[in-house]
Structure formats: structure tokens, C-alpha cells
Design a protein around this ligand. Structure first.
Ligand SMILES: C[S@@+](CC[C@H](N)C(=O)[O-])C[C@H]1O[C@@H](n2cnc3c(N)ncnc32)[C@H](O)[C@@H]1O
Length: 265
């Protein structure tokens, strides 16, 4: 797919990304999309383990490229006082705002909340209330900019989370490296970057609409992070085990979750 059409950058998401179809296809239940076996349970389990240990926490958490989704900050949220969610596409931010305000017809995150609470021994209604109370802003961002939140300057964060955004937003490895440089600048010294992503993927589909993905290897990511001076604390990988051709919605070879720390001054 990547060879026959231009890379689908942020402007394409603004026009063609169906936020509600995305959540319906990939986040209606903890198993995620049936073609992407174990993808979402792996991601939710990793994020839960990272934050349940109680080792990470602080004042501010920024999720970069949230899409219409809140799943990536659920395990983290009670460890940070202020949370910023963000995305390039207006519709994604609108869906998050609707959910935060409990508007009629808002997206249903109950199955995912329940799954995380089963893992962590929490109450879904308490966790939902905690997150809603802590999200202070839902901002437009563009990871291709040196400051992704321009014209805003955000206070340095204790934690930056990003899930499946950079490989969707960056058309080549140079843009990807610059985007990680921008995310690193959002972190305070000693802060952590928590990233979820895919290796070897060139496309994914939301209903019938295809989106490009930058094909990455583990070493592309590790070299970029080390080049920025970050130390990789964990790199968890779930390789695809299905028969080739059994996944009609994406062609990822593995899903990963990592934690990298910015050195203290
Ligand atoms: C595959 S979705 C990931 C959404 C969510 N974080 C998740 O884990 O499901 C990719 C997201 O990247 C966003 N995006 C695309 N280009 C972007 C850019 N230049 N800056 C910020 N976000 C961008 C899209 O709008 C979309 O919400």
C-alpha cells in the first residue's frame, strides 16, 4: 500500500479518519480487533505493569496523539495530578471531550475500563472519575513540529505517553527521529517516555479506509532513543504468530511497548 499512494499524514487524518469507527473496530473489547490477536490485551497488560509497580508518578503526564482514545492513560492516570491529551485531528479531540463531559452518544470505554480494573483490583467508576478529574486539557498537536503543541508551551512533563502515533504521523525515518526529539523536549530531566507502537507495519485500515504506517525495526527505535540520550529501561515485544494473510486490517510484524528515561541533570 505504501508504494501505491502518498503517505497519509495529519491532514489526511483530519479529512478521512473516522474516530468512532476506529474505536468500534479496535477498542470495543479488551481483545481488540479479532484479526489482531492479543494486540490490545498485550498493550493494556504492559501499561498496567509499568504503572502498578508504583515506581513512576509526578505532577504532569502528556499523551501525544491520543486519537479518540483514553485507553493509553488509564493505568497511569492515578499517578499524575494533571493530564494533557492531544491529537492532530479535530474529530478525535471532539470525541474525547464528549466522553469527558458524559455527553449523550459519547464513546463507550466501559469494557476497557473493566479489563484494567480487573487487572489492578480497582473500581471502574472510580477510575473513570479519577481520569476525568485529572484531564486538564485536550490540545491540538502536530508531532512534525519542533514544539508539537505550538503555539502553546507546556510545562515539562514527568511522563510522556504516545501510542501508535509516530509511525502513523511520520512519513520517513528522518521525520520520525525529529518527532521523538520533540517529544523528548516535553520531558523534564529524569522523566519517562512510555511508547506503544508496531514494527514492520506499512498500513492499517479503519473500515475500508487505509492509512500508511512507517515501517520500523526495533533497532530504528532503539538507535533513535539512544541518540537522544534516553536510556531504555524496558522493551517488550509481542511478535505476530498468525498465518500470513490472516490479518486483513494491518500488516504489523510485532507490537511493542517501551519505557525510556531522560537523564537527570
Ligand atoms: C493509529 S492512531 C493512534 C491513536 C491512539 N493513540 C491509539 O493508540 O489508538 C494514529 C493517530 O495519530 C494522529 N496523527 C496523525 N498525524 C499526526 C500528527 N502530525 N501529529 C499528531 N497526531 C497525528 C491521528 O490523528 C491518529 O489519531
Amino acid at each position: 500500500m505504501s508504494e501505491c499512494m502518498n503517505f497519509t499524514e495529519g491532514e489526511f487524518y483530519q479529512r478521512h479518519f473516522d474516530s468512532r469507527a476506529y474505536v468500534k473496530n479496535f477498542y470495543s473489547c479488551p481483545r481488540g480487533h479479532s484479526d489482531e490477536k492479543d494486540f490490545l490485551t498485550f498493550v493494556l497488560g504492559c501499561l498496567s505493569r509499568v504503572f502498578s509497580a508504583g515506581e513512576h508518578g509526578g505532577q504532569r503526564l502528556i499523551d501525544v496523539g491520543s486519537g479518540p482514545s483514553i485507553h493509553s492513560v488509564l493505568s497511569a492516570c492515578e499517578h499524575y495530578d494533571e493530564i494533557v491529551l492531544s491529537d492532530f485531528a479535530d474529530n478525535n479531540r471532539i470525541e474525547i471531550e464528549k466522553w469527558l463531559k458524559n455527553e449523550e452518544g459519547c464513546l463507550d470505554w466501559k469494557p476497557i475500563l473493566q479489563h484494567i480494573c480487573d487487572l489492578e483490583g480497582k473500581s471502574p467508576s472510580d477510575l473513570e472519575a479519577s481520569l476525568k478529574q485529572r484531564v486538564k486539557k485536550v490540545l491540538k498537536c502536530d508531532v512534525r513540529l519542533d514544539n508539537p503543541f505550538y503555539p502553546h508551551t507546556l510545562e515539562p512533563a514527568d511522563c510522556v505517553i504516545t501510542s501508535l502515533c509516530l509511525e502513523a504521523a511520520c512519513k520517513d525515518i528522518q521525520t520520525y527521529r525529529r518527532a521523538l526529539h520533540g517529544l523528548n523536549k516535553l520531558l523534564r530531566p529524569g522523566g519517562i517516555l512510555v511508547m506503544v507502537g508496531v514494527l514492520g507495519e506499512t498500513f492499517y485500515k479503519v473500515d475500508e479506509q487505509s492509512f500508511s504506517c512507517l515501517r520500523l525495526s526495533q533497532s530504528d527505535i532503539e538507535e533513535t532513543l539512544r541518540g537522544l540520550g534516553l536510556s531504555i529501561q524496558e522493551f517488550n515485544l509481542l511478535p505476530v504468530e498468525e498465518e500470513p494473510g490472516s490479518n486483513s486490517v494491518s500488516d504489523f510484524e510485532a507490537v511493542f511497548q517501551l519505557v525510556a528515561r531522560k537523564p537527570s541533570d
